[in-house]
Design a protein around this ligand. Structure first.
Ligand code: UT7
Length: 325
């Protein structure tokens, strides 16, 4: 029984930070941000709102959308690069907030590819009979790990969560093909240098601003386009689905130019590519499930449609999937 997304939910903190707001704080412009990235605004979690709160809100909505109750969830997987704490997992903090039973809950760290990594894990758990309903949530509070004086990174990211309940589907439904990979030799092109055990927090790490996102944007851009398009072509071939049969392309949303290049190389026109980057910025692991929830709410995603998703993120990690909802 193929693993199918049977419920979706998304959550964003209320406060919105527009490009115009950023113009008041740093040397940037709405025009630069929109033309170089496609972003117009992003949500920023206020103090007191934790990643696990966003996980809980999105998850409760996904469970309700699936027509289930919290006690019917067998496993919770949270994909995040911005956990509440290094340990325990954000999933543990979120578990009582969602009202789940004493089921296994854990985080996975695959940056922007995290939701698609989680979908593959959920499918394996369902295929093997170890679980019937797996809740996979991509959630980020990236605003807390940004250097707000670094214009090359702080304009790019946002906060939010998207959750999917994955359960057994009928023949021809659900996950048709999946691919994933990583190349840790490129880890230093995009990472948060301090705060782990290699460089624990100290006055020096704070003074040197090592607790924020460090990125070599141009290099990341090139790898993202190449990897997302290769993974897309490979997963389409594996599924036996032609590009023209893809009803909707929902890629990870890091930059409109990356998405256009990846769509072009995969042979998918932009009118079949669903975009949310303009309103959320790059929300890393949350971008695909948030986009899925919005696409469905807007009537762009209907039952039986064939969806292609591809993601690329820090690590580097990547993944792609062809699936039917
Ligand atoms: O989620 C996956 C991980 N992240 C990504 O996939 C991000 C991948 N990279 C990118 O999206 C792009 O590389 C960026 C959006 C980060 C940068 O765009 P770019 O076209 O590669 O710009 P650039 O870094 O080559 O910078 C061009 C210019 C520079 O000025 P000079 O040296 O040409 O005078 C920058 O200083 O733009 C300047 N610049 C800015 N100007 C206004 C950089 N950031 C800004 C800014 N506002 N916010």
């Amino acid at each position: 029984m193929p693993a199918k997304i049977i419920g979706l939910g998304r959550a964003v903190p209320d406060p919105v930070l527009t490009n115009r707001d950023l113009e008041q704080r740093i040397d940037t412009s709405d025009e630069w941000i929109r033309t170089r990235t496609g972003i117009s605004e992003r949500h920023v979690a206020p103090e007191g709102v934790d990643n696990s709160d966003l996980v809980a809100d999105a998850s409760r909505r996904a469970i309700e959308d699936a027509g289930l109750t919290a006690d019917q969830i067998d496993v919770l997987i949270v994909a995040t690069a911005t956990p509440d704490t290094v340990f325990p997992s954000t999933a543990c903090w979120a578990q009582p907030k969602i009202g789940l039973r004493e089921i296994p809950v854990f985080d996975i760290s695959a940056a922007c590819s995290g939701f698609l990594y989680g979908y593959a894990l959920a499918a394996s758990l369902i295929d093997s009979g170890r679980a019937r309903h797996v809740l996979v949530c991509g959630a980020e509070v990236l605003s807390r790990v940004l250097d707000w004086n670094d214009r090359s990174t702080c304009v790019l990211f946002g906060d939010g969560a998207g959750a999917a309940v994955i359960g057994p589907g009928a023949e021809g439904d659900g996950l048709l093909a999946h691919t994933w990979g990583a190349d840790g030799r490129l880890a230093e092109l995009l990472y948060q240098p301090a705060g782990g055990t290699r460089k624990p927090a100290s006055h020096e790490t704070v003074d040197e601003r090592l607790h924020s996102v460090h990125m070599q944007g141009n290099e990341v851009f090139k790898h993202a386009v190449r990897t997302m398009s290769q993974a897309s072509l490979s997963v389409l071939e594996q599924a036996g689905v032609r590009a023209e049969e893809v009803d909707l392309f929902i890629p990870h949303q890091a930059n409109i130019r990356i998405m256009k290049a990846a769509a072009d190389r995969a042979g998918i026109p932009m009118d079949r590519c669903y975009l949310v980057i303009q309103r959320y910025g790059n929300v890393s692991a949350a971008s695909i499930p948030m986009a899925l929830a919005d696409a469905r709410a807007e009537g762009r995603l209907e039952p039986g449609m064939t969806v292609l998703s591809a993601a690329f993120g820090a690590g580097f990690t990547w993944a792609a999937a062809v699936y039917r909802l």
